[in-house]
Design a protein around this ligand. Structure first.
Ligand code: F3S
Length: 419
């Protein structure tokens, strides 16, 4: 691999042992993927340090103590507990204390501690052609497909990239890998974020690790729908980038013809129905939580929830969770949106989500934390991603519907299906 003088200096330990370790890891990554050289990155979305695992928090603390600092703007991914409003999820206090230790380490390292899967709604908005690194698959697909930035799905390497400001040039950092591999013809009329997660999920189920060129949509999706579309594909198919002509830089409206000759994949309403039905395994009157905000809600979505809940009350015995990031929660608080939401009995939760909090049965938390996942009858959701991971990680039934019908469900106490 061709290394710059700056890369070599880091490997020689000029900036200390911890940066040397980071650069060595990035060189190993690059060599594994035959990267020719490294690029400067402009942004990194990095691992939070998950409180469920003591060793994971200690790792972040050790990096901070050894002098690790972010060389580029950086944000933190989702964590295991809401560090402000943790009582709302009945998280053990021991878990919250540990999560706050990870937060302190990030503060030392200079990471913007937003603890979210949607850092763009908190102001991290990498522009066209910005090379970046990301631990979160939804961030990767949104930044590639909507913002035109360049990111792979990175795991812990995003921390090393953030520390050094460098990343090996392979995968979606190369022009030749940012071309469509399949043409998707949407023959349905999705509307709203739930439908778009489902559309994405249906596409990803049939185009694993592909770059789908999306055609046939009746209208340009809004930003929340684009976000939802990407996370759906990333969840079922590991998709890291889609191309929507007129949206994805640099593809213009006229580029739909690029798909000529590619394998064609029609997506019809029955495909969307099949995803909804697959994730409706619970009984319609037996659920404990209704969840909105996967991915973490934007300010526009908070406005929508406030309108839907204005003057309504969540049915006693049902919990309505809305997850968003800290920045959006503060914006919603400042602009008065939290009043109708919280007056309805809904809980606004940041830093985590149902599958990332102490509910996961696939996690092996440190015994000293006293984490006991609750037994849940079912969770109502408006996101195919949340549904898939609830099934896989919490091991409880799901009921998937639209946002509006999820709110009706929370108010009436009886599940209102999409169709
Ligand atoms: Fe975010 Fe949790 Fe959904 S991490 S994308 S709210 S599953």
């Amino acid at each position: 691999m061709r290394l710059s003088d700056q890369d070599k200096a880091l490997l020689d330990g000029v900036k200390g042992d911890v940066d040397r370790q980071a650069m060595e890891a990035l060189v190993q990554l690059g060599e594994a993927f035959d990267a020719e050289d490294m690029v400067d990155i402009g942004y990194a979305h990095v691992h939070a340090g998950m409180a469920m695992y003591l060793g994971d928090v200690e790792l972040m603390e050790e990096l901070a103590e050894r002098g690790a600092r972010m060389a580029v703007p950086a944000s933190t991914n989702i964590a295991n507990a809401d560090m402000e409003n943790w009582q709302a999820t009945r998280a053990p206090e021991s878990l919250v204390r540990l999560q706050k230790r990870a937060e302190t380490a990030h503060n030392t390292m200079g990471t913007g501690g937003c603890f979210t899967c949607t850092p763009y709604w908190a102001g991290h908005w990498p522009t066209w052609n910005t090379h970046m690194a990301s631990i979160e698959s939804g961030v990767t697909v949104f930044c590639n497909s909507v913002l035109g930035a360049r990111s792979n799905r990175d795991g812990f390497f995003a921390v090393y990239a953030g520390m050094t400001g460098r990343y090996p040039r392979f995968g979606l950092h190369l022009d030749e890998n940012r071309k469509p591999t399949h043409r998707v013809v949407v023959e349905a009329a999705p509307s709203g974020t739930a439908d778009f997660t489902v559309l994405g999920y249906a596409i990803g189920s049939q185009t694993t690790n592909a770059i789908p060129l999306i055609t046939g949509l009746e209208r340009r999706p809004n930003l929340d729908e684009l976000d939802a579309l990407g996370v759906g594909m990333a969840t079922s198919g590991g998709v890291a980038m889609f191309i929507l002509p007129g949206v994805t830089p640099p593809y213009g409206d006229g580029d739909a013809g690029l798909g000529a000759g590619l394998p064609s994949l029609p997506i019809q309403e029955r495909d969307l129905r099949a995803v909804y039905e697959d994730f409706c395994s619970g009984e319609h009157s037996r659920f404990d939580i209704v969840h909105l905000g996967c991915p973490h809600a934007s300010f526009e979505e908070m406005k929508h929830y406030a309108q839907l809940l204005d003057g309504k009350m969540v049915k006693p015995g049902v919990e309505l969770w809305i997850t968003t990031n800290r920045t959006v929660r503060q914006m919603a608080r400042d602009s008065g949106l939290l009043r109708p939401i919280e007056a309805s009995g809904a809980k606004v939760i940041s830093d985590t989500c149902p599958i990332s909090c102490h509910f996961a049965r696939t996690a092996s938390p440190d015994p000293a934390l006293g984490v006991e996942p609750p037994t849940l009858r079912a969770i109502v959701v408006d996101s195919a991603k949340q549904a898939r991971y609830i099934r896989d990680m919490i091991h409880c039934p799901t009921l998937l519907t639209t946002t509006e019908k999820a709110v009706e469900t929370a108010v009436s106490g009886t599940f209102v299906p999409r169709w």
